[in-house]
Write a protein that binds this ligand. Structure first.
Ligand code: AMP
Ligand code: TRP
Length: 332
């Protein structure tokens, strides 16, 4: 059976981008067709300035939202990364296979470290090595497929390279994974700045729809979305990034495709209204379920406990095999 692994970082509240680009596909498709694991990858939240209490709260919230989005603990494994030691154990071995040069070529590292330096801050070493930990997340479980948004494909490529290199040097140990981005909405853009990704850790919330935003907040954000010059509703990512982003969101929420939908709306205003309603409708059941789950924290904790147990069992044999293959003496 195909094995799937994916994760979400608890660095901020989950956004519409996370949902359309990743989580929805996990819930609607992936968990039903494969042996799937989904993780709140909390170790990855420590690569930038963070507040310990906030990371804890966001981790619990992210796990709750994954379940509210429809991940079914009977159908897949949901767990918190730091509850399973194998991730960090394997990450170190992969650091011994990765090179300094290939880490520095990662686009996300270049962008995030430049931003940090501009602010006069220091760059944590873990920001550089983070894609290796991500590779460990994937390779520990022998995942064949990694359903992620566009921004993560370079990191999955690195995981492939590391798996192939390790296997060539030390004998076949890892499955070589591949990224499986969604057909639409692989990259939802910020409503106030359609040139950049809708990211949960961005400073201003005005262009970001959070999954737990109240319906009126969602409407306000979408109605105030930045659009483009001209008046015609056209799907053209280059010339009309704002309008195209709305068309993609609408298509992802309500069905259809962005090109086809562009002929339907007479004005930017009409497109915004339709998009706002489609998003509100999409989020309503998820928000309702989230409220129920928040009222039952013991259930969520139990799901995470069982998830970690299962994940540990799955990862340990592969990580142990990697320790042997690379030349470490087995304990007696
Ligand atoms: P992160 O928020 O970086 O932990 O991302 C969790 C998942 O959501 C990853 O698979 C990302 O690729 C995906 N994702 C995050 N932001 C967006 C976005 N704006 N559009 C599409 N997918 C996204
Ligand atoms: N790096 C991913 C992100 O920022 C999150 C992540 C960590 C991940 N480990 C993973 C995604 C393993 C898929 C598989 O979105």
């Amino acid at each position: 059976m195909t094995r799937i692994f994916s994760g979400v970082k608890p660095t901020g509240h989950l956004t519409l981008g996370n949902y359309l680009g990743a989580v929805r596909q996990w819930a609607e498709v992936d968990q039903h067709r494969a042996d799937a694991l989904f993780s709140v990858v909390d170790l990855h939240a420590l690569t930038v300035d963070h507040d310990p209490g906030r990371v804890r709260r966001l981790s619990k919230q992210a796990a709750t939202l994954l379940l509210a989005s429809g991940l079914d603990p009977e159908a897949c494994t949901v767990f918190v990364q730091s509850h399973v030691d194998e991730h960090a154990r394997l990450s170190y071995l992969l650091e011994c296979v990765a090179t300094d040069g290939e880490m520095r070529r990662m686009i996300q590292y270049k962008e995030k470290s430049a931003r940090e330096r501009e602010r006069g801050g220091s760059v944590r070493l873990s920001l550089l090595t983070y894609p290796v930990l991500m590779a460990a997340d994937i390779l520990a479980y022998g995942a064949d497929e990694v359903p992620v948004g566009d921004d993560q494909t370079q990191h999955v490529e690195l995981s492939r390279d590391l798996a192939v290199r390790f296997n060539q040097r030390y004998g076949r140990t890892f499955v070589v994974p591949r990224a499986t981005p969604p057909a639409v909405a692989a990259r939802v853009m910020d409503l106030q700045d359609p040139a950049s990704k809708m990211g949960k850790s961005h400073d201003s919330g005005a262009g970001i729809v959070y999954l737990l935003d109240e319906p009126d907040v969602v409407r306000k954000k979408i109605l105030r979305a930045v659009t483009d010059s001209g008046t015609e509703v056209e799907y053209d990512r280059e010339a009309k990034p704002g309008v195209s982003n709305l068309l993609e969101i609408l298509a992802a929420c309500a069905g259809g495709n962005p090109e086809g939908l562009s002929g339907v709306y007479e004005s930017y205003g009409a497109l915004k209204r339709a998009t706002a309603e489609a998003v509100v409708e999409l989020l309503a059941p998820l928000q309702k379920r989230h409220k129920e789950l928040v009222a039952d924290p013991a259930y969520v904790e139990e799901v995470l406990r069982r998830g970690a147990e299962r994940a540990r069992e799955m990862a340990k044999p592969t990580v142990d095999a990697a320790y042997r293959a690379i030349g470490l003496l087995p304990p007696t």
